[in-house]
Design a protein around this ligand. Structure first.
Ligand SMILES: NC(=O)c1ccc[n+]([C@@H]2O[C@H](COP(=O)([O-])OP(=O)(O)OC[C@H]3O[C@@H](n4cnc5c(N)ncnc54)[C@H](O)[C@@H]3O)[C@@H](O)[C@H]2O)c1
Length: 253
């Protein structure tokens, strides 16, 4: 019998996986036999995702990791290698925005913070796992960007710029990593029903739904399923791609 996905036993780090899209990715990957390193800045929610996976029969560990801190990034990769032996898969999910603001009110500090949170973190994580993937001549990296990176942010210039940078990072590293059979792809995530979105701004969702052909905003599982495809053997020939799962909503209108 063929195994379409061929992900069982692979080892994955999912950043920011204590809730929202990251939690959905961690749980979905684990349900297909991936051994997951759950990591987050919030130890309580991170530990609870680890427990959820184990209770469902999966394999998971938890490691505190603030993706704004290089020492934490080095530590989560080291802990993953210590626990599971290597890193096969990296999902750079950690990041986020803030409520809309006019671009000319963005201070240097806020600009710097959101570029660091969304772009530097992804670069640092990739740089840290790369030696392991290079050595084993295989790897899958999926970066979580935003539809704002392509269609323009709605008064989120700093966040949209950082997420656009994540797309450039993806396509560039995809070329450099290809000789080592490392696939690097990016998902420009659309509006997705997560605790983060509900805390920041949920009122615009009602106006957006009529613009989405499938008639609803995304759920974390929708994004997790796209990640699952991209980390699988079925996507061995897919690299450097912007893979949108957005209910049919065009990003450029
Ligand atoms: N939800 C959306 O509509 C949407 C749209 C486009 C892109 N995205 C992107 O998807 C990703 C996940 O978003 P979400 O909506 O699930 O967010 P969320 O706020 O619901 O969850 C984010 C998780 O990241 C953790 N986190 C926060 N700061 C951290 C840090 N410094 N280090 C490590 N972990 C940290 C939080 O504790 C939380 O568990 C982000 O990169 C976001 O930019 C989301």
């Amino acid at each position: 019998m063929k195994d379409y996905l061929n992900v069982g036993g692979k080892i994955a780090i999912v950043t920011g996986s204590g809730r929202g899209i990251g939690r959905g990715i961690a749980i979905e990957l684990a349900s297909y036999g991936v051994k997951v390193m759950v990591c987050d800045i919030n130890d309580e929610t991170g530990e609870s995702v680890k427990k959820e996976i184990i209770d469902a029969g999966g394999v998971a560990e938890y490691c505190h990791c603030d993706i704004m801190k290089i020492d934490d990034i080095k530590n989560v990769v080291a802990q993953t290698v210590k626990t599971y032996g290597t890193v096969d898969i990296l999902i750079n999910n950690g990041g986020g925005g803030e409520p809309p603001c006019d671009f000319d009110t963005i201070t240097d500090e806020r600009w710097d913070r959101y570029i660091r949170f969304n772009l530097y973190s992804a670069f640092y994580m990739i740089r840290e796992v790369f030696p392991y993937m290079k050595k084993q001549n295989s790897g899958k990296i999926v970066n979580i960007s935003s539809g704002y990176a392509i269609g323009g942010g709605d008064k989120c210039a700093h966040y949209a710029s950082a997420k656009a940078g994540v797309i450039g990072l993806t396509t560039s590293i995809a070329k450099e990593a290809a000789p080592y059979n490392i696939n690097v792809n990016v998902i420009p995530v659309p509006t997705t029903d997560t605790p983060g979105l509900r805390e920041a701004d949920f009122e615009f969702v009602a106006d957006e739904i009529p613009l989405i052909p499938l008639g609803r905003i995304a759920q974390p599982l929708d994004i997790a399923n796209t990640v699952l495809f991209l980390i699988s053997g079925a996507a061995d020939y897919v690299t450097g791609q912007i893979v949108a799962s957005n209910g049919g909503k065009r990003m450029l209108v």
